[in-house]
Every structure is written in structure tokens, then in C-alpha cells.
Design a protein around this ligand. Structure first.
Ligand code: URA
Length: 277
């Protein structure tokens, strides 16, 4: 078979492969063709000049090669931008607004809602989880899925609730990441790093007596180390506050026998709040 026929076969194969991929995406529910990065179509000129072909010399006719555009300037340091935005927030509403307009974290683009916090902002206890899941993303509130329901039951067992009005009996709940990561993957170190200034400001504004870090991700962010099995139940300090690491309720759902330790930690928290720990 000649070279032309081979080329034709190859292009037919590519066509069928592309077509099969497209059909597969449509079957999965894709309804629009979009790029990896959003395009501001209002910002584009009404008609674009026909691009010159790659490598064409200056003054070459349209359709000839054009030099590649210079790479975009790298974004400003997102951690520095987060520090500036968080530091300027003088209330929880301002902090929520600062997060809502923070462009440094790409997770926001795949999320339905910003998940800021829930509970009583005067509470003595601030609980810090890791990141919203599907239910939280849908509702815009942290810990409302199965893990959240277990958390509510755990708190109720020591007479506490997120909606209690008495600060000594209520909790304030938030997450390290305010946006759901795709497929609930673990937060990446750079995502945690850019959220830390917001979290420190969040803690400063709520000013709880005690912080509870739920699970490894939360410990990694707040304490700089993981190993929840060893960390749990031992008082430490994060964000300048007395801190109790605990098993994450999602882990307890998967590992019911660990509920014994979680119960011991809840009693420890209760004793500390009563002033006898
Ligand atoms: N897990 C978390 O860490 N946070 C939530 O909000 C939900 C599940």
C-alpha cells in the first residue's frame, strides 16, 4: 500500500478515535465544549486577523507562519496575595468576601459553591475539617453529608451542637479548603499553603478557646505534620490556640472500631471545656 493510502488510513483512524472520544464524553453528560482555561469572549476583538503560519518572517502574508506569542507573565505569588486579602478582612463577612473573590486557587472554578463555615461564631470550639465533599459543595455548608451527620451525633453525645446559642455548648465549623476538590481528591500542598493565611485570619476573627483538628489533612495544615493515630487525643497548639486533634468522622464511618478512641477524645474535650482537664 502506498504512502498516500497509509496517510488516508491514519487520518480516518484519528477521525474515528476522536469521534469515539466525543461520543463517550456526551454519554457521560458533557453538554458543552470548553477549554482548560476560561475564555472571556466579551474581551475578544469582534473578528480576529487570520493567523500567519508558524515561523513566517515579518510582513509575510496572512496564513503564513507567525512567531509564537510570548508566554504570559507568571501570576503573582498566590500565598502573598492570600496574606494580603486575608489580612485586610476585618470581619467574618469580609473574610468570606475575600475568599469569594480570591483568584489564586483554581479549585474555585470547578466548585458549585464557596463553603465558608457553619455554626455559632461565638462558640468556644472551632472545628477545622479538610474540604467540602459533594453534599457540602451543593449546599454551601461544611459537614452536611454522612460524615457531617456523624459529627453532629458525636457533638450531641457531649451536649454540643453547631446551632446552640450558648457559646459553651456550640461549635463553629469550617474546612481548610473552601472549595470541593475534583473527585474529592486530597488537597495539594500549594492549595493548603494559599489557604493558610485565610485560616489564620478565620481563627483570629472567631477567637475560639479551643480548636479541634479533624483528620490528617487538617493536622498537616495546622501542625505541619500528619499521623492522626498518634496525634489524636493529645493537646497541642495550632493557629495560636489550644488544639485537640481527632479522627475525622469520615474515617470513623469506614473504621467503626476507632469510635472508642473518638469517644475518649470527646470526653477529653468536654472535660477541658468544663475546666477539669
Ligand atoms: N469532610 C470534611 O473534612 N469537611 C466537610 O465539610 C465534609 C466532609
Amino acid at each position: 500500500m502506498g504512502a498516500v493510502a497509509c496517510g488516508a488510513m491514519e487520518s480516518a483512524y484519528q477521525h474515528h478515535a476522536a469521534r469515539a472520544l466525543l461520543d463517550w464524553q456526551i454519554e457521560l453528560g458533557a453538554t458543552e465544549a470548553i477549554c482548560d482555561a476560561p475564555v472571556d469572549r466579551y474581551g475578544l476583538p469582534a473578528s480576529l486577523p487570520k493567523p500567519a503560519a508558524a515561523g513566517a518572517p515579518a510582513g509575510a502574508p496572512a496564513g503564513a507562519a507567525a512567531p509564537r506569542p510570548a508566554p504570559a507573565a507568571p501570576d503573582a505569588d498566590p500565598v502573598a496575595a492570600a496574606r494580603a486579602a486575608a489580612g485586610a478582612a476585618d470581619s467574618l463577612e469580609a473574610l468570606r468576601a475575600a475568599l469569594a473573590s480570591f483568584e489564586g486557587c483554581d479549585l474555585r472554578r470547578g466548585a458549585r459553591n464557596l463553603v465558608f463555615a457553619d455554626g455559632n461564631a461565638d462558640a468556644s470550639v472551632m472545628i477545622i475539617g479538610e474540604a467540602p465533599g459533594r453534599e457540602e459543595d451543593r449546599e454551601g455548608r461544611p459537614f452536611v453529608g454522612r460524615a457531617g451527620q456523624l459529627l453532629d451525633r458525636m457533638l450531641a453525645a457531649i451536649g454540643m451542637a453547631r446551632d446552640a446559642t450558648d457559646p459553651a455548648k456550640s461549635v463553629y465549623i469550617t474546612n481548610i479548603l473552601p472549595w470541593r476538590p475534583p473527585q474529592n481528591r486530597d488537597p495539594k500542598p500549594d492549595e493548603i499553603a494559599m489557604m493558610l493565611p485565610f485560616m489564620q485570619r478565620h481563627v483570629d476573627l472567631v477567637a475560639p478557646d479551643i480548636i479541634v483538628l479533624m483528620g490528617n489533612i487538617s493536622c498537616q495544615a495546622g501542625l505541619g505534620r500528619r499521623g492522626i493515630t498518634r496525634l489524636r487525643g493529645n493537646w497541642t497548639e495550632s493557629y495560636g490556640k489550644p488544639t485537640l486533634p481527632m479522627f475525622h468522622p469520615a474515617y470513623l464511618l469506614r473504621t467503626p472500631y476507632a469510635k472508642r478512641e473518638a469517644w475518649a477524645d470527646l470526653l477529653e474535650l468536654q472535660a477541658r471545656l468544663r475546666g477539669n482537664a
